[in-house]
Design a protein around this ligand. Structure first.
Ligand code: ZN
Ligand code: ZN
Ligand code: ZN
Length: 157
């Protein structure tokens, strides 16, 4: 006797953990990068031409993982080395800098990360730095809202 039609389909369970993660996002050290800051309009430099990521700090010659000032394109070391980027901000008020170590953009005045892949103005600098660092264009950000097709497989063999 064949009972091919009597397949019981198991209902797909929704993972509510993902929703919880989003709710807890604010308090666990992870800081959401901003998509705007008031200092962006004062950026007027051509960010498609920036120094290479292996440029040494202009002041102390620290060789790597430096920051590039997005206002004047000076390359300066991080707050973990000799704080020359921070010093540069305090002296000149140049608050936006791109990190050559992880290609993130930091605003010293807002004390916040900016999303360089979303902000059009910064994306130029991000893409240029990425190409200089990795020798290829950054991958296009994929849409993460694509619905996985429900695989309600019918076993009828
Ligand atoms: Zn330095
Ligand atoms: Zn500067
Ligand atoms: Zn800012």
């Amino acid at each position: 006797m064949a009972a091919g039609e009597a397949c019981s389909s198991s209902a797909a369970k929704n993972f509510e953990d993902e929703e919880d993660l989003m709710l807890y996002g604010g308090g666990s050290g992870w800081v959401e990068p901003r998509t705007w800051c008031d200092h962006l309009p004062s950026l007027t430099s051509d960010l498609s031409h920036i120094p290479t990521p292996d440029t040494s700090c202009f002041r102390c010659q620290h060789p790597s993982e430096n920051w590039v000032c997005l206002f004047c394109k000076d390359v300066l070391c991080s707050r973990f080395i000799n704080q020359h980027m921070l010093e540069h901000y305090e002296q000149k008020g140049h608050c936006l800098a791109l990190s050559y170590s992880d290609l993130s953009v930091w605003c010293f005045a807002c004390d916040a990360y900016l999303d360089a892949q979303v902000i059009q103005q910064l994306r130029v600098a991000y893409e240029t730095a990425y190409i200089l660092k990795f020798g290829e264009s950054p991958p296009a950000r994929t849409m993460e809202c694509m619905q996985l097709e429900n695989t309600g497989a019918h076993h009828s063999s």
